[in-house]
Ligand binder design. Structure first.
Ligand SMILES: Cc1ncc(COP(=O)(O)O)c(C=O)c1O
Length: 415
């Protein structure tokens, strides 16, 4: 099993010792190199001032001259394209997925002569809310396929695609189920969409950094995701891939996306590079300094090795769960390794209390809707972390200790 714990700063448990940190699926740990990168940002700003927009030292191993102006696409070529199996010129950094989806829906081209948009109830709100908001701005005939317990019904989704469909949206790994859609499934959806003249967008947030993605094999026209989770970037580190030759023109494009930004013209003109059209106003630069430090670690190990390690560790957790056979607990995430993402999701009564009680033991998981407990042993966790987590779950569920635990009020459920 991989142990890359020396490449990350481990969170601290209630006893002051490193916690058993199992929340990679929601916000990865900070790579040890991040403080130096943030220092590099302040140094570049201090030494170069506004000239940093034109040129800064190559802190990202890009291998060509770079300045803040071109950093979003330079990072796209150097770091995002390789993890997606994408060609140079197709990827760009973005502030968050919500912005990117909004920009996609603002493109007129896909909606010419069509109004249909196919998605499922399993999509994250960055897609679902966007579609509903845009429904008030342009004519959208939304086909939202039911997803019992958050599971994608592939046949129903395929059936919903028609000659009126402009876009199909699917998650690579479901956030509520941890279910990974195999390449063949995604390819079948892509083929059906393309036969009907529709575009296929995959939300790969929960695959990024834990699965070796191949956008060409899955036939995605567009792939969106972020480095915040397993890839251990932080906020402001999302990205977009647009397949070569797809001429999208977002109406939400800002002046940073203009073909002649310093002409300060009244009429916007789309940038010749499609990916650049997805920039808005002035790019938030500081977040691009910490963006790829986690990817650096994962790519050093190799994404295939990271995936194999994740499967080994989640497999170990599943073996322990089977052996314990605790009443009331039910596995919601897939057992099949072909279908398993990096998360283990357990239906558990009083899941919120269970997660909070585990925290008192220095075991950091999270819960959703008081229904499920989620945890994800990742590259910084050893076998003993998996054991420690499962021991603590066993103790809680078999004694009911968590049901008696009155947790101090927390600011919010953001874990
Ligand atoms: C599948 C999926 N998409 C997108 C997001 C986040 O999107 P945004 O960058 O808009 O916050 C998440 C966050 O948990 C997610 O699980």
């Amino acid at each position: 099993m991989l142990d890359l714990s020396d490449r990350f700063v481990l969170t601290t448990g209630p006893d002051g010792r490193p916690a058993c940190e199992l929340r990679a699926f929601t916000h990865g740990l900070m790579p040890v190199t991040v403080p130096a990168m943030m220092q590099a940002f302040t140094d570049d700003w201090a030494v170069r001032g506004v000239d940093a927009w034109n040129a800064v030292p190559d802190h990202w191993d890009i291998g060509r001259p770079v300045g803040w102006w071109t950093l979003p696409e330079a990072l796209g070529d150097r770091w995002i394209a390789p993890i997606l199996g994408a060609a140079p010129g197709t990827c760009v950094m973005q502030p968050n997925v919500h912005w990117t989806v909004a920009a996609l829906l603002s493109c007129d081209g896909p909606f010419e002569g069509r109004t249909g948009l196919v998605l499922s109830e399993a999509e994250f709100p960055s897609v679902r809310h966007n579609v509903r908001q845009w429904g008030g701005l342009r004519e959208i005939a939304m086909a939202e396929v039911a997803a019992p317990e958050g599971r994608l019904d592939v046949d129903a989704l395929l059936d919903a695609i028609t000659d009126n469909t402009a876009w199909v949206f699917v998650s690579h790994v479901g956030f509520a189920t941890g279910e990974l859609q195999p390449n063949e499934t995604l390819r079948a959806i892509a083929d059906r969409a393309h036969r009907h003249g529709a575009l296929f967008c995959v939300d790969g947030y929960h695959a990024t950094g834990s699965v070796d993605v191949d956008v060409e094999a899955i036939g995605a026209d567009v792939y969106v995701g972020g480095l915040l989770k397993e890839a251990s970037g932080s906020t402001g580190n999302s990205y977009l891939y647009v397949r070569e030759g797809l001429d999208l023109r977002p109406r939400l494009a800002g002046w940073f996306a203009d073909a002649d930004p310093f002409g300060f013209n009244a009429e916007p003109r789309p940038h010749p590079e499609v990916r650049r059209r997805f920039l808005a106003g002035t790019t938030a630069i500081a977040s691009l300094y910490h963006a790829v430090e986690g990817l650096r670690v994962l790519l050093d190990a190799g994404l295939e090795a990271v995936r194999a390690d994740s499967l080994a560790k989640t497999g170990l957790a599943l073996e322990r769960l089977d052996a314990m056979d605790l009443p009331g607990l039910r596995l919601r995430s897939p057992r099949d390794p072909e279908r398993r993402g990096a998360m283990v999701i357990l239906e558990a009564p009083e899941a919120d209390r269970l997660s909070r009680w585990l925290k008192t033991r220095g075991v950091y998981t999270d819960s959703r809707r008081n229904e499920v407990l989620r945890f994800s042993p990742f590259v910084w966790n050893g076998r003993e972390d998996v054991e420690r987590c499962l021991d603590a779950i066993e103790e809680a569920v078999s004694t009911g200790a968590h049901l008696r635990y009155e947790a101090p009020a927390e600011a919010g459920p953001v874990t």
